[in-house]
Ligand binder design. Structure first.
Ligand code: GAP
Length: 517
């Protein structure tokens, strides 16, 4: 029986735990909602993703430098950025279950259900009509599909308007009119919709009186904006230039779902690119294309990406798009690319009273630079890589295997060396090979169980190469290399191992693809 996407996703989550990629946070105390820990393999994969991003920004561009700003920032930062007043989600409670929901998510789920009904009609008809099925015609003419489509369009229009207007009463009315029930209690006993600020607060300072209310940063970007002058001056940066940063961000998400897709503590990789006003659209286009090439170079499947341009723009933006990736639960945002105008720098200038500008020697005038931002979640990137890599394969002879076809550049472990048996000097020879490789590659050693079982263990964590040392090795200095994806095996000289692995795991080839060389 075919497995549904939902079942595959559940298996992937279980796999992440079983093989040391991701654990629920503080699990011995039953976990903490939407907070996760990365295990021994997860942290390596995550570090490799971060390295791939960091180098593609700072190595490939001589006008992009990095910083590492603190998580705590002066509270005025968040007043200036607009987060204190406007970083809100519309929240609604069900009085019977006492569960809290995002009103917009309830309505979006309802839209999803209507879409599902349409898709089911189409699937049924496709089966019935076989080869002669004309899907476009069916969608345009089938009365049931048309009815659902009209419902969808009207609801979508009403929902979009309510969100654009910030009309909380209308959001509640939509929930009532659509007869949306609480998935736990099954009732429609809803409270009013109200705004909920997503920033976590804490206090800094020892005395109750003297303590200052501060926030855990909800985005890393503001650490870059407040350091714009420091970096520009000390680095003698000339516009256009960029500042890159990787770091933790925190959001008290009301609905936290889909594993590491929506977390309360997560990590962002952001780059703010400062440009001359009036040139922002050409840079926006440039960064859209660059970032898509960065994703595609990994080879997870070009058809799994699409842009989603924002119809409704934040008040400070003049263009915005998301790069979406096809997860088992649909196309979802992994990265945002935003043209943020000069909003943030101007706001910080206003609130701090400092002059935050750039003196352009060519124009002989000062201006507040405009900003193009590329902002990607490390955890969402991790999830997209895992979703694309996870495969259950049925092999000849009725055997099955679970394999993570991770891009070799990102794989946590690059090679595992295995003596065929635990005697006759084979373990010692295998250890010699480990010692030869370990300075350059993550290399593991495994002598337990049959070779077949050892291969499966490495497949499950995505190790691209297994190297087996047998009795002949002691005479001919050759080993058997087994490739993860094809399971093909080659006999090669130990002296050639380093080159073979280096070629596959070196990110240089990816960087060349990105810059089109
Ligand atoms: N500075 C712009 C900014 O923060 P955003 O669209 O709110 O923009 C950027 O976030 C990226 O951060 C998203 O595309 C996503 O990958 C990641 N992200 C945002 N909220 C997240 C959450 N709760 N859990 C995991 N990743 C998240």
């Amino acid at each position: 029986m075919a497995t549904t996407q939902e079942e595959t996703f559940k298996k992937l989550v279980a796999h992440c735990k079983e093989y040391g990629f991701v654990f629920p946070s503080s699990e011995i105390y039953d976990g903490l909602g939407a907070v996760y820990d990365y295990g021994q393999n997860g942290v390596e994969l995550k570090n490799n993703i971060k390295r791939y991003w960091w180098d593609s920004m700072t190595l490939l561009h001589d006008n992009i430098v990095g910083i590492d700003a603190a998580i705590f920032m002066h509270p005025m930062t968040w007043k200036a950025s607009g987060h204190v007043d406007a970083f809100n989600d519309p929240l609604i409670d069900n009085r019977d279950s006492k569960k809290r929901y995002r009103a917009d998510v309830l309505i979006e789920d309802q839209l999803g259900k209507i879409e599902e009904k349409i898709n089911k009609e189409v699937e049924k008809a496709a089966k019935r009509f076989g080869e002669s099925f004309d899907e476009a015609m069916f969608r345009q003419t089938n009365p049931r599909v048309l009815e659902h489509q009209q419902h969808f369009d009207a609801l979508h229009e009403r929902y979009k308007k309510a969100m654009n207007d910030g009309d909380l009463n209308e959001l509640k009315q939509i929930i009532l009119d659509e007869e949306i029930v609480c998935p736990i209690s099954g009732t429609r006993n809803w409270t009013d919709v109200r705004q909920f600020n997503l920033m976590f607060q804490t206090e800094m300072g020892s005395t109750a009186d003297g303590a200052m209310k501060i926030y855990l940063r909800p985005e890393t970007a503001q650490g870059i904006f407040v350091n714009y002058l420091n970096v520009q001056k000390t680095g003698r940066m000339k516009i256009p230039f960029g500042i890159a940063q990787i770091g933790k961000a925190f959001r008290n998400e009301i609905v936290a779902r889909q594993f590491v897709f929506r977390m309360r503590e997560f990590e962002q990789m952001e780059m703010q690119f400062f440009v001359k006003p009036g040139t922002e659209m050409e840079w926006f286009k440039h960064w859209k294309e660059f970032r898509l090439r960065w994703h595609k170079a990994l080879g997870l499947g070009d058809e799994k990406y699409r842009f989603h341009d924002h119809e409704k723009l934040a008040h400070y933006a003049n263009a915005a798009t998301d790069i979406e990736f096809l997860m088992p639960f649909g196309f979802k945002e992994v990265e945002g690319i935003h043209s943020r105008t000069n909003f943030d720098l101007s706001q910080h200038a206003k609130y701090s009273g400092k002059k935050i500008e750039y003196f352009d020697p060519e124009l002989n005038e000062s201006y507040t630079p405009f900003v193009i931002e590329t902002s990607i979640g490390v955890d969402r990137m991790f999830l997209s890589v895992m979703c694309a890599a996870y495969k259950e394969e049925h092999l000849e002879g009725g055997d099955t295997r679970v394999v993570l076809s991770l891009p070799p550049v990102l794989a946590p472990n690059k090679v595992c060396v295995m003596p065929l048996v635990k005697k006759d000097g084979l373990p010692e020879k295998a250890r010699e090979i480990v010692d030869m490789l370990k300075f350059d590659f993550h290399t593991s050693y495994d002598e337990k169980d049959s070779i077949g079982k050892r291969y499966r263990r490495q497949d499950a964590i995505g190790t691209p190469f297994c190297v087996t040392v047998d009795h002949d090795t002691l005479n001919d200095n050759c080993v058997t290399v087994r490739y993860r994806d094809t399971m093909a095996q080659d006999r090669i000289a130990i002296d050639d191992l380093h080159n073979l692995i280096a070629k596959a795991v070196n990110p240089k080839e990816l960087y060349k693809k990105i810059v089109g060389k």
